[in-house]
Design a binder for this molecule. Structure first.
Ligand SMILES: O=C(O)CCC(=O)C(=O)O
Length: 295
């Protein structure tokens, strides 16, 4: 399994990330990582019982994988999202601590230090019709700053027809924070003061917007900014499951923001608004010039 990025990250890749809010990098993870994480993902999804577990339901405070089974009534093909797998599954923890992901995130964010934030799986079986709604990530989180990169690793081949992620280029620079309104979380995270995210599928022909998406192979990644607008379409394939594995990474300017309604972070961070995001829940996984084993 590769410890360093499968390909060199060039200055033009960093510029694309800064300009568009997303960059696609090819062949960053080798076949061993892809097979290991694909197997681990299938196992985690098969073990998930389909409830959205809130902190109060967690026995003795022990963290468990949370998520949502979005599968429509009566459908045998599943659409499942899971969060915080690294707390329960050693393969996901190894990915955070031993893979080249943290180094890649550090290079793109131009950060000195990279901490792990959390991981999230998006699996859509063949023929799953559901979209992932257009959204930005940051309004869901108790974290501010530009240095919060998400890395979406393709674990199966992906195209626009098989629910490849699409982006509105440059939307991270609009100064907008849209209401987090994905179906899984809309009740708990709704913020009245924020405007809803437009349905950008209705604006595909508008020359004001540039849409970006890529055909991908296992090992290719998308790295995106926390405020770039993105979403994905249905999986139109009759045979091909689509597995996207996102890991989120914190760089130098990431700060905690106490919010009334926000994604629950495992591990009881005990941080106040304005604090550097640090501590046991967010292990240091990479530092410029030298790697560190732990926080
Ligand atoms: O895979 C998807 O459909 C959406 C991914 C996403 O929203 C993310 O990784 O932030």
């Amino acid at each position: 399994m590769n410890r360093t990025p499968g390909n060199k990250i060039r200055e033009e890749d960093i510029h694309a990330y800064e300009r568009d809010g997303v960059v696609c990098l090819r062949g960053m993870f080798d076949r061993d990582w892809c097979e290991r994480m694909k197997e681990a993902s299938i196992k985690a999804v098969s073990e998930f019982k389909g409830t959205f577990e809130q902190s109060s339901q967690r026995p003795n405070g022990v963290p468990r994988v949370r998520g949502k089974d979005h599968t429509s009534e009566g459908e045998k093909f599943r659409f499942v999202t899971l969060l915080f797998m690294w707390r329960s599954y050693p393969d996901f923890e190894a990915f955070a601590r031993e893979s080249p992901a943290a180094e890649i995130a550090g290079a793109l964010m131009r950060s000195k230090t990279v901490r792990f934030f959390y991981d999230q799986l998006f699996t859509k079986d063949a023929t799953v019709k559901d979209r992932t709604s257009w959204h930005q990530d940051q309004p869901f989180w108790p974290v501010s700053g530009h240095h919060v990169a998400s890395m979406w690793l393709a674990l199966t081949p992906v195209s626009k027809d098989t629910s490849g992620v699409e982006y509105v280029a440059g939307s991270h620079l609009w100064g907008k924070h849209y209401n987090p309104l994905l179906t899984a979380t809309s009740k708990t995270l709704h913020h009245d003061e924020l405007e809803p995210c437009p349905d950008f599928s209705l604006h595909k022909d508008d020359p004001k917007y540039k849409f970006l998406s890529w055909d991908m192979q296992p090992g290719d990644i998308l790295v995106h900014h926390p405020l770039v607008v993105h979403g994905s379409g249905p999986n139109l394939s009759a045979t091909q499951r689509r597995i996207g594995f996102s890991s989120r990474w914190l760089g130098d300017d990431a700060r905690w923001v106490q919010k009334e309604k926000t994604m629950y972070v495992e591990g009881d961070p005990q941080l106040k608004t304005g604090d550097v995001v640090q501590g046991e829940p967010f292990p240091i996984c990479w530092e410029r010039k030298r790697e560190m084993a732990d926080a």
